[in-house]
Structures are given as C-alpha cells and as structure tokens.
Design a protein around this ligand. Structure first.
Ligand code: GDP
Ligand code: MG
Length: 444
C-alpha cells in the first residue's frame, strides 16, 4: 500500500520537524505511482500531485506518526476535497417535466442506472417527495434495448414510454416529452444508445436529443473500472453536451476508484451517484471519504493520524514521568501539568487513576479548581528561577516572600509544594510499573 511504500521513503526522516521540499518530492513520486495503480489517468495524477506538493512542503510532522503517514493524510484530505467539492443532488426544481438524460459508453450501466434513479425518485427515497416518473429508451441500436428498460420499469413500478418500432431517437425523445407533459409527469428519464467507443454519428444524435429535450440533468455514466481511457471518455462527452454530473457504476467490484478522480478533474462536475450492484436498489450517494481510502489503498492511516494529537499528549506525559523519576520535575513542569489538568485530558485523566495523583487532583478540586490554579500560577511566577528548578530550596523565609509576592498565604505556598511532592512520588510509582505504556496495558 501507499503507506508501506512511504514508510520506506521516510524511515530515515523520523523525528525531523517539518517536511522539506526534497522529502515531499520523493514522497510524491510514490503517491503518483499509487494513483496510477488505482486507475487515475496519468495527466490527472500529475496535476493532482503538483497541486498538493506545494501544500505539503513545510508542514510539521506530528511526533507520534511517521512522515509517510503524514503525507498519506495530506494526500487523502486533498483527494476528499477534490472528489466531493460539490453537493450531489439531482436538481429537478423546474416546471415539470424535468428531464434527466443518461449518456455514456455501451455497457457502462446507463439503462440499469436509469431504472435505479427512477425507482429512487418515484419511491420518495431519503425523505424526498415522490415523483411521477416516465422512462424512455432512445436506444435503437442494440436489439431489445427498449424492452430491457420496459422490463426494469415493470420491476421498479415506473412507467415506460410505449415502444413504437422504427422510430429514430430524436422522434422518440419528442414523443416522450409530449407524453410527459400531457400526462403530468414530474420527471422524464431519457436512456440513450450505448457507444462502444467515442463515435461521431452517435455523438451527433445525442446532441440533437439534448437540444430538443433541454435536460436539467445530463449524467455521464462511467464504469469505475475505466482506466487511462477515462480522460478520453470524459473529454469527448463533455465537449458534446453540457454534462451536469457523473454516475460511477460497478463500485461493488474491485475497482480502486481512480476513475472517480479522473472524472472530477476532467468534467469538473460532481459525482452524483455510485452504482454498487445489479439490483435496483444498488445505488448510493457518492462517498468521497470511502473512495479516497480506496484510491490510496490504506486502511486506518487517516484515523491513526487523527489520533496522533492524543498520542503526543501521552508522549509528553511519558517524558514528564522520566523527568519526575529523575527528580528533575520542577515547578515550571508542574505549572504545565496543572494547565493540562484543567483541560482534563491526557495526564490529567490518567492521573485520576493513580493513588498519589488522585490526591493531588482532589486537593485541587477541594481548593476550588480553576481559581486555585490561577493562584498557584501566581505562586510559581513569584519564585526565582532557582527555586522553581529546585523546590527544596523554599524554606520558611522564602515562603513568606513568595506568598507576599503572589498575593497568597504561606498555607497556599505549602499546598503547592505538597502537590509537587505528591506528583513526584506518583510518577516514581508509574516508573516502577513500567512507565505510562505499561500502566495503560495493566489498566487494560
Ligand atoms: P448500458 O449499455 O450502458 O445501458 O448498460 P446496462 O445498464 O445494460 O448494464 C450493463 C451490465 O452492467 C448489466 O448486466 C448490469 O446489470 C450491469 N451493471 C450496471 N451497473 C452495475 C453496478 O453498479 N454494479 C454491477 N455489479 N453491475 C452493474
Ligand atoms: Mg442500455
């Protein structure tokens, strides 16, 4: 997978602060290969990589993940943004009938998708109002193509235009439009003839139909297994008719989803649906997150990176534990810990499970929580740098000075010193238990 590959590239970089230009360029070569393997068309992969290279350079690498994982996250986020930039609803808000026209190569799934969408609209799926839908097949090339749609129509309980043999596509479109208007249909779905590859005679026919039917939606239906040809398909169709969206079929198969990115890049139109099977309800809204994951061939790298911020807190806590065990935990560290406790995350939450730490936390709560924190902050500020580094130096005389300086009492200063003492002891216990990791393992 891409993360494995990037892991190799970045092994030597672990622990560095920011992604340098050279690092990113090396990584992006791997990203490009991954995109091509996922069937993203070459020019699309190239443009995409160029765009995100700039974005990635200089980004800080979170300490608890590898630079490779960080790059995967950057690439993933950019993919999601690109795949799902627009809302993907059918826009049928016009004086009826709204016309939806399906175009695409032969076998891409136009007829099947026509019936699936018709079913969705007529059943009022997803809480929308039920539409009265009429379907018409304009496919006079493939034998029994019109019958195929009629059969599906019966299955999904949606009307189809009666078949009159010998009529040409433009004539059928006119008749369908007429019928839809006269019989009060809300939506007319036009299923067009398939093309094996881009063919000018059929393109002209499609254009003529689009001109007389003025569709609100022209959906390009594309097999998600389409590889490098995707750019060619998308370009030819979008040059001939004003596409409004894309449907990707066979997403139930093992396609890596690269066609989705190619389609978005070339047409600039939203992917409105994904076909996920042959059955009539196997149509889904398009999920950019899922497809981005599929393209990168990664499982949980993204969530791993999202959890990294938490891990950093844990790392901090471990570093702190070491300092404490060595007796290096000073008042500045305590101040940091008190602030963290206030946020009630990381070490604070963990501390609640430890006997010594719990005492410290309870003392804090008893003393008024947030208010005492501010007071303690003032006390620490009133200490000299030497006293902060070595709290043992704080004798009775110094306590009076510190209390005066911070507007608190000697009792408050004592409380703070006691808390520091308790935390140090607790941290030594943690160390005996095998550090914070060992402790977490014991807690289960
Ligand atoms: P058309 O030539 O573009 O009209 O394509 P069809 O709608 O006739 O579909 C061709 C074949 O693909 C049929 O066997 C469909 O059942 C199948 N098909 C269409 N969409 C999907 C899909 O999303 N997943 C799967 N597995 N098969 C599909
Ligand atoms: Mg068909």
């Amino acid at each position: 997978s891409l993360s494995d590959r990037l892991g190799g590239v970045f092994d030597r970089l672990r622990g560095r602060g920011a992604l340098t230009e050279a690092d990113v360029r090396t990584a992006m070569r791997e990203v490009r290969v991954a995109l091509l393997e996922a069937d993203v068309a070459l020019p699309v992969a190239r443009d995409f990589v160029d765009k995100i290279t700039e974005q990635a350079i200089g980004q800080n690498v979170l300490r608890s993940i590898t630079p490779g994982q960080q790059v995967v996250k950057i690439v993933h986020d950019a993919l999601v943004a690109m795949l799902g930039a627009d809302a993907s609803e059918l826009l049928l808000d016009v004086t009826p009938p709204a016309v939806v026209m399906m175009v695409g190569l032969q076998g891409s799934g136009k007829t099947t998708t026509t019936a699936k969408i018709a079913k969705r609209l007529s059943s009022g799926a997803m809480g929308r109002e039920r539409k009265k839908v009429l379907m018409a097949s304009l496919d006079v090339n493939r034998p029994a193509a019109q019958e195929q749609l009629a059969t599906l129509g019966t299955q999904v309980e949606v009307s189809t235009l009666p078949i009159i043999t010998g009529q040409q596509p433009v004539e059928i479109a006119r008749r369908a439009l007429q019928a839809a208007k006269l019989q009060g249909y809300d939506v007319l779905m036009l299923d067009t003839a398939g093309r094996l590859h881009v063919d000018q005679a059929l393109m002209d026919e499609m254009k003529a139909v689009a001109e007389i039917a003025t569709p609100q939606e022209i959906l390009l239906v594309v097999d998600s297994l389409t590889g490098q040809d995707a750019v060619n398909v998308a370009t030819s169709f979008s040059e001939q008719v004003p596409l409004t969206g894309v449907v990707l079929t066979r997403m139930d198969g093992d396609a890596r989803g690269g066609a989705a990115l190619s389609m978005r890049a070339v047409t600039g139109k939203p992917i409105k649906f994904a076909g996920v099977g042959e059955k009539m309800d196997a149509l889904e809204a398009f999920h950019p997150e899922r497809v981005a994951g599929r393209i990168l061939g990664m499982g949980d790298v993204v969530s791993l990176v999202e959890r990294a911020a938490e891990s950093i807190q844990q790392e901090d806590a471990e570093r702190m534990a070491k300092k404490m065990a060595k007796g290096q935990f000073d008042m500045d560290d305590l101040r940091g810990q008190l602030q963290q406790m206030r946020r009630m995350g990381g070490l604070g939450a963990l501390a609640g499970m430890m006997p010594g730490m719990k005492k410290a936390q309870n003392a804090l709560a008893d003393a008024g929580g947030d208010k005492i924190l501010l007071r303690m902050d003032a006390i620490i500020t009133s200490m000299t740098p030497k006293e902060r580094a070595k709290p043992d130096l704080v004798n009775a005389k110094r306590k009076i000075r510190i209390a005066k300086g911070s507007g608190t009492t000697v009792q408050d200063v004592n409380k703070l010193l006691k808390m520091h003492q308790e935390m140090s002891t607790a941290m030594k216990k943690i160390k005996k238990m095998g550090g914070i990791k060992g402790m977490m393992a014991m807690l289960g």
